[in-house]
Design a protein around this ligand. Structure first.
Ligand code: FPP
Length: 240
């Protein structure tokens, strides 16, 4: 079947790198390295099919609790990826965006990230958003604090706090809501990812481990998405 309806915003929880490596008798970092290959393929697909927003959960606030050598290896991998892929990202008209709290990131990683964002900012194709040191509860608390601050200073009236205003205080203020959320590796959890933004998203879970995830697996997910009726609380007859 042909895919004719693509999501505007695709988000992915890239899970299973560690298990993939273990299955091959390799260290976990090799799973992440091979996961980077799946990132490239997924992004390429989004570019080819003009999916405007791709958001990837690359490092959660909880991931800081992993062994120090794995955290370091992930930081290094990110830098390596951005340097190696820069020309292709630019050629493919990709914009880069980051959501999360970068304060804890090593200076070098932060510098490369911000530099890459800057150099790609004039592109107009797919926006690749990396969720780094990201946690949805932290994002929501930060938004609530900013809003409360404005109220306490008298700059904002409580009556004017609505969904539009709240959204403007999230890391994702410049992104539309998620249409399709994919999680790989057989886990059926959200794990603190984009809790506000997935309110009406379609969820798709697959047993495929992230380093094995190919364009074909993505097409299977997109076909499932295409077959779903999104009613946003309405009834079928109201949709046409
Ligand atoms: C989850 O698998 C994956 C991560 C915590 C990191 C994701 C990072 C990449 C895919 C590396 C490349 C990313 C970019 C953006 C270049 P896991 O380690 O929790 O797997 P497990 O559940 O099998 O242990």
């Amino acid at each position: 079947m042909e895919i004719t309806k693509y999501p505007k915003h695709l988000a992915i929880i890239m899970d299973g790198n560690g298990r993939w490596a273990k299955k091959q008798g390799l260290l976990r970092i090799f799973g992440h390295e091979n996961g980077a290959r799946s990132v490239r393929q997924t992004l390429e697909y989004c570019v080819e099919h003009k999916i405007p927003y791709l958001t990837l959960y690359a490092f959660s606030t909880e991931n800081w609790n992993r062994p120090a050598d794995e955290v370091k290896a992930l930081m290094d991998l990110l830098v390596k990826f951005l340097k190696k892929e820069f020309d292709d990202l630019n050629k493919n008209n990709v914009r880069l965006n980051v959501i999360g709290n970068l304060d804890r990131f090593p200076d070098k990683t932060k510098e490369v990230l911000l530099n890459t964002i800057e150099k790609l900012k004039h592109n107009t194709g797919t926006t690749l958003t990396l969720a780094l040191s990201y946690g949805a509860r932290e994002e929501l608390l930060t938004a609530a604090k900013h809003i409360a601050n404005k109220v306490s200073k008298g700059d904002l009236a409580v009556e004017n706090i609505d969904e539009t205003l709240f959204k403007q205080h999230l890391y994702t203020s410049n992104l539309p809501d998620v249409d399709l959320l994919i999680r790989t590796s057989g886990e059926c959890r959200i794990s603190n990812f984009l809790l506000w933004q997935i309110a009406y998203a379609e969820l798709y879970f697959t047993d495929v481990l992230w380093p094995d995830f190919t364009k074909k697996d993505l097409e299977t997910a997109l076909l499932s998405y295409q077959g779903r009726e999104r009613r946003f609380g309405k009834i079928s007859e109201q949709l046409t």
